[in-house]
Design a protein around this ligand. Structure first.
Ligand code: HQG
Length: 183
């Protein structure tokens, strides 16, 4: 199998952050991009990719980051979109149970316990269903620290939880009073 790491990074850039880098526009409601346009745009740059390869990349992506529309003509990122993108996906709400987790690093804790978890450069705060996944997320930036989100209390207080197609939990914010350090 081909190594799709580099091209996948570029597709993430296009589908999450800036479709205009290859002259594409996004559907304003669902953040969809035309598959033909994506392939044309990609192949005008370095990475050469066929439709078959794109399908393989989507299918084999370990986090299921991308998804085709039901008719196969459009594609989008399942989550991770930039705050600066003028496009929003309407995610379904769901019940996460009593707890979720967020992986981060120690140097961010002071700020997080002061302001809560904020989406920063993205549209949502990203949360994981289990500690193991949160450790992986935190490890991207150094020694991981995992925060527990008290969803039971947040639900009592009327907060909504959204879930992406690839089972990442999304929230507008998590105030600090619902957070504790795991471990
Ligand atoms: C931190 C990857 C200071 C937050 C992952 C994080 C995930 C604060 C960083 C997905 C803060 C934002 C998202 C505050 C939050 N003060 N720092 N008040 N509130 N932060 O990348 O959750 O591989 O936007 O802790 O696996 O790390 O790209 O979010 O460290 O699912 O598909 O600000 O991206 O998926 O960083 O990761 P990010 P994230 P992919």
């Amino acid at each position: 199998m081909k190594d799709y790491t580099r091209v996948s990074r570029f597709i993430s850039l296009v589908l999450r952050h800036d479709p205009s880098v290859i002259g594409l526009e996004m559907d304003p409601n669902g953040a969809w991009v035309e598959v033909d346009g994506l392939l044309r745009g990609l192949n005008a740059k370095k990475p050469q990719l066929t439709l078959c390869e794109l399908k393989e990349l989507v299918e084999l992506d370990e986090k299921q980051r991308y998804r085709f529309s039901d008719d196969g003509k459009r594609i989008r990122a399942s989550q991770g979109h930039s705050a600066s993108l003028p496009v929003r996906i309407i995610f379904p709400t769901a019940d996460p149970g009593d707890e979720l987790f967020h992986g981060t690093t120690g140097k961010k804790l002071d700020s997080i316990f002061e302001s809560g978890l904020l989406p920063m450069d993205r549209q949502y705060v990203h949360l994981s269903a289990d500690v193991e996944t949160a450790i992986k997320v935190g490890s991207r930036r150094g020694k991981p620290v995992v925060l527990r989100v008290d969803c039971a209390a947040m639900k009592r207080d009327g907060y909504e939880f959204f879930i992406s197609d690839n089972s990442v939990w999304l929230m507008k914010e998590v105030p600090a009073k619902y957070l504790s350090i795991v471990g």
